[in-house]
Design a protein around this ligand. Structure first.
Ligand code: FES
Length: 129
């Protein structure tokens, strides 16, 4: 079932927006003259993906940098640790990060669901099922 999710002028080329329709949270991505609809929540730990970055067809999560192909929803990478520079953390913080790292290694990064999109006049429609 297709439903209007946004207007065509609401997403700049190369941009993305979050929308919620009938309880479904989506991110609409404007890539290479086409609009793609993908689950809003990261397949790792639910971060809101529109707060990440879109480079070409690759969406990078703002929380732990997992990357997704917006055309297929495929998870292209697992989380990538951030570089905090050479300044050492206090020992207690190092232990906490080590603990988090152990937990994170057990969390799978799942593929995302994508939704067919079509344009009707100035409306973006997505098949949200
Ligand atoms: S929540 Fe997206 S990579 Fe962890």
């Amino acid at each position: 079932m297709y439903a209007e999710v946004a207007k065509t002028d609401s997403i700049a080329p190369g941009g993305m927006i979050a929308v919620e329709v009938s309880g479904k949270e989506l991110v609409l991505c404007n890539y290479d003259g086409k609009v793609y609809a993908i689950d809003r929540r990261c397949g790792h730990m639910n971060a809101p993906l529109e707060k990440g970055t879109l480079e070409g067809y690759i969406l990078t999560c703002p929380m732990h940098n997992s990357q997704f192909d917006i055309t297929t929803g495929e998870a292209l990478s697992t989380p990538v640790p951030r570089d905090f520079g050479d300044e050492p953390f206090p020992e207690s913080l190092q232990k906490y990060f080590q603990y988090l790292g152990t937990l994170m290694s057990e969390i799978k990064t799942c593929d995302l669901k994508t939704y067919p999109v079509k344009i009707d006049g100035d409306s973006i429609l997505a098949d949200i099922g």
